[in-house]
Write a protein that binds this ligand. Structure first.
Ligand code: G1P
Length: 271
């Protein structure tokens, strides 16, 4: 069973400037709740027991959100407001399952993953990218079920417009396992239209093997000077680790850009 999840949260959030000059994008409200809470709830519902947040000193605001006990206790003593009590209890529940590690220099998602190495206990773990919300159907849960069935690594997949391939990790599909699941033979980070092997993109949910840490440790920086998780995955595939692309059936909301962020609030409020 997969019991641990990691969430990289040290990114600068430049696509959401100017808001992110003073604010952690993952705490921005989406229909009245910080985006990160939707991601935590997805984990809890999928059976995850521990979540590792990779933050930076610049994003201490995220830790403070869960560690404001004194503030809540004083407030609750003064006003016995049931809404505040309920919110505080929810935060306590979240806090109990979250651990924090630090990535103070933003050197890419691969580098963020590497920071969690000493905490990962089992052979496989889940990673969720907080910019990517998937609603209506729990994508992590479906992926964990698939992992149990095939004992392999799994990544979320979605068909994108060919003109946008350079914004995503792009799959090269091989064997079809079912209507929504394919083994992949390769994945490339942000290829040009000309070089893209397909228009099936990686969306931010990954079930990764612990062996990825060894790859990441020895990996040189790729595109844009960052250590990409996609490059480590490519190398694992070459070593015969099976990766499944799961075409999820929920609805994808991109919270990492201003238009996407605004749209996410609208879509969630209409649920
Ligand atoms: C990251 C991954 C990319 C993936 C995308 C999904 O890119 O590197 O492979 O397709 O998330 O949102 P980023 O959004 O950090 O540029």
């Amino acid at each position: 069973m997969i019991k641990q999840a990691i969430i990289p949260l040290a990114g600068l959030g430049t696509r959401l400037l100017p808001l992110t000059s003073v604010f952690a994008k993952e705490l921005l409200p989406i229909n009245g709740r910080p985006g990160i809470e939707y991601i935590i709830d997805e984990c809890i519902e999928a059976g995850i027991k521990e979540i590792i947040f990779i933050i930076s000193k610049k994003k201490m605001m995220i830790k403070n959100y869960f560690y404001s006990d004194r503030f809540y206790k004083n407030l609750i003593k003064k006003k016995k407001d049931p809404r505040i009590i309920k919110e505080y209890k929810k935060l306590l529940k979240y806090k109990k399952m979250i651990k924090f590690v630090y990535q103070n220099v933003p050197k890419g998602t691969g580098d963020a993953v590497l920071k969690t190495k000493r905490f990962i206990k089992d052979k496989y773990f889940l990673m969720l990218l907080p910019d990517d919300l998937i609603i209506k159907k729990n994508c992590s849960k479906s992926m964990i079920n698939l992992h149990q069935k095939y004992k392999s690594s799994v990544m979320a997949s979605m068909q994108v417009n060919k003109s946008t391939v350079s914004r995503w990790g792009i799959y090269n599909l091989s064997k079809r396992l079912s209507k929504s699941d394919y083994l992949i033979s390769d994945v490339v980070e942000k290829p040009s239209i000309k070089d893209a092997p397909s228009n099936k993109a990686v969306i931010g949910r990954y079930i990764l093997p612990k062996t990825i840490f060894k790859k990441l440790k020895n990996q040189n920086s790729g595109n844009g000077g960052e250590i990409h998780i996609t490059d480590a995955i490519q190398s694992l595939i070459k070593d015969n680790e099976n990766f499944i692309a799961h075409n999820f059936s929920g609805k994808y909301l991109d919270c990492g850009t201003m238009n996407g962020y605004i749209n996410s609030g609208k879509k969630i409020s209409n649920l």
